[in-house]
Design a protein around this ligand. Structure first.
Ligand SMILES: [Zn+2]
Length: 476
């Protein structure tokens, strides 16, 4: 049975979907006015892992991930203050591009990164700009029901009208009153009310007509509009980074539940921040890495994927180059394990003992069922690798068992989503011998070339001469 930690109830709960066999999932997607960084990647990897594991246990998942292409400020306080500042618009003006051009560029970049990370694409990526009418409809409904009010073309949600406000984040009105760091807006009744619609200043590039003013939607309303549009009033799972809990998700709950009269989300899952060398990532600290930075240092997207899977999503992972190096080694170890199994499966080895494959599957599932404990699930795999290597050395692993283990690995890896190179990592010494042999071949010194081939094979590698040059692989 799958247990998931629900931020709303603050405990692990047995997961059950609303409709048997089907899961509706919504993940807050990127704001496309800049490059996504590895911290964002971690949040998308969380939703990918849940989705993959739900599919593993037999659910049919529908995942929606929005594209925030309306230039909103990420700092809600300032957005509520309607300062007229807007990152997307600013960037557009600086680069002399239209906000739409900029948004499409970064959306493509985001999708490319997800592809390289082997994050399965959402079933749909709705864009906020294409859903303004739906947002207006919800705002109208909220005004009608008395949960929102309009003043001077701006519309705000009155949080005092929603009893459960603060339930998700713990930021109840009492707490907010004490520690409020909220900017005043002259049209707000209470400082903690949040914007649903804002009147656009003259020079604002992105604006739409509405019953209240020519303006633009508040940051939170888009997710309510798009999740109800594509997944219905109540969804099974909503994910995001921990920074989304307040005010974004708190506001989503308030406005959606007041509009539909139904529970909005059954399970709220939040990934913790990714730290870099023990510090929070930020542009000013110069430790905000993108996938390009990772690749520039010679690592792969899969090294990063394995690094992230190596810690639990609710623990604060620390990114460091040393940790990435370790992940790279572990990935190679998994890769070699698969190569060994493939080689064994092709041979005809029969031994009397059998291998308990099911025990490892059970360990993997027990770990994943416990709130997606990927590090523990990986530990089961590493244990399996050690066992296989030992048996391979003793020549006590049958071809039949090798095939069974291979089948299990493929099943497990449908959840981990690791794309393996399928190539053995060649030690430096062997690379040197291969290069030396290439020289001998070019110099037509075939005696030396043959001697080097034998030497390489003695080290457990097989050399093949192809039209593209020498190819080397691990001998089975
Ligand atoms: Zn959202």
């Amino acid at each position: 049975m799958l247990n998931l930690y629900n931020t709303l109830s603050k405990q692990k709960e047995v997961f059950k979907s609303i409709n048997p066999g089907k899961v509706g999932m919504y993940s807050c997607g990127p704001t496309v006015y800049g490059y996504i960084h590895i911290g964002n990647i971690r949040a998308y990897l969380l939703s990918d892992t849940i989705r993959r594991y739900l599919e593993y246990i037999g659910y049919e998942v529908r995942l929606i991930k929005n594209i925030t292409d309306v230039g909103h400020l990420t700092d809600d306080d300032v957005a509520q203050g309607d300062s007229g500042e807007d990152k997307m618009v600013k960037a557009a003006l600086k680069e002399k591009k239209s906000p739409e051009e900029i948004a499409r560029f970064y959306e493509e970049y985001f999708k490319q990164v997800e592809k390289e990370m082997n994050i399965l694409p959402a079933h749909f990526f709705p864009r906020a700009t294409a859903h303004v009418p739906q947002m207006i409809k919800i705002v109208e409904g909220l005004i009608e029901k008395g949960f929102a009010y309009e003043k001077n073309g701006n519309v705000f949600f009155d949080v005092t009208k929603f009893e459960d406000y603060g339930k998700l984040s713990g930021n109840t009105l009492e707490n907010l009153k004490v520690g409020a760091r909220l900017e005043e807006h002259p049209d707000k009744k209470n400082p903690w009310d949040f914007a649903l619609w804002l009147k656009a200043p003259e020079n604002h590039l992105m604006k739409w007509p509405s019953p209240w003013s020519v303006g633009y939607p508040g940051w939170h309303i888009e997710c309510s509009a798009m999740s109800t549009e594509y997944l219905g009033n109540t969804i099974d799972i909503h994910t995001g980074g921990e920074d989304n809990i307040f005010p974004h998700h708190e506001a989503e709950i308030a406005q959606t539940q007041c509009y539909t009269g139904k529970q909005y989300v059954r399970f709220w899952l939040h990934g913790r921040h990714l730290m870099v060398d023990g510090k929070k990532m930020s542009k000013s600290k110069g430790n905000l890495y993108t996938l390009e930075d990772i690749k520039e240092k010679g690592f792969s997207a899969m090294d990063l994927r394995l690094l992230m899977l190596s810690s639990h999503y609710r623990s604060q992972t620390d990114f460091s180059w040393e940790a990435l190096e370790q992940a790279h080694k572990n990935l190679q170890r998994i890769n070699d394990f698969v190569l060994t199994l493939e080689a064994l499966a092709l041979r005809d080895i029969s031994v009397t003992n059998t291998f308990d494959v099911t025990a490892y599957q059970e360990k993997f599932e027990a770990a994943m069922n416990d709130d997606l404990n990927t590090p523990l699930a990986l530990a089961a795999v590493y244990e399996l690798i050690t066992e296989v290597n030992k048996k391979n050395d003793d020549e006590t692993l049958s071809s039949t068992d090798a095939k069974k283990i291979l089948t299990l690995w493929k099943k497990i890896n449908a959840v981990f989503g690791l794309v393996l190179s399928g190539q053995a990592e060649i030690p430096e010494e062997i690379k040197r011998l291969v290069a030396e042999r290439e020289q001998a071949r070019l110099g037509k010194d075939f005696k030396k070339s043959d001697a080097l081939r034998i030497l390489i094979e003695e080290h457990g590698f097989i050399l093949e001469d192809t039209k593209d040059g020498q190819k080397i692989r691990l001998a089975s």
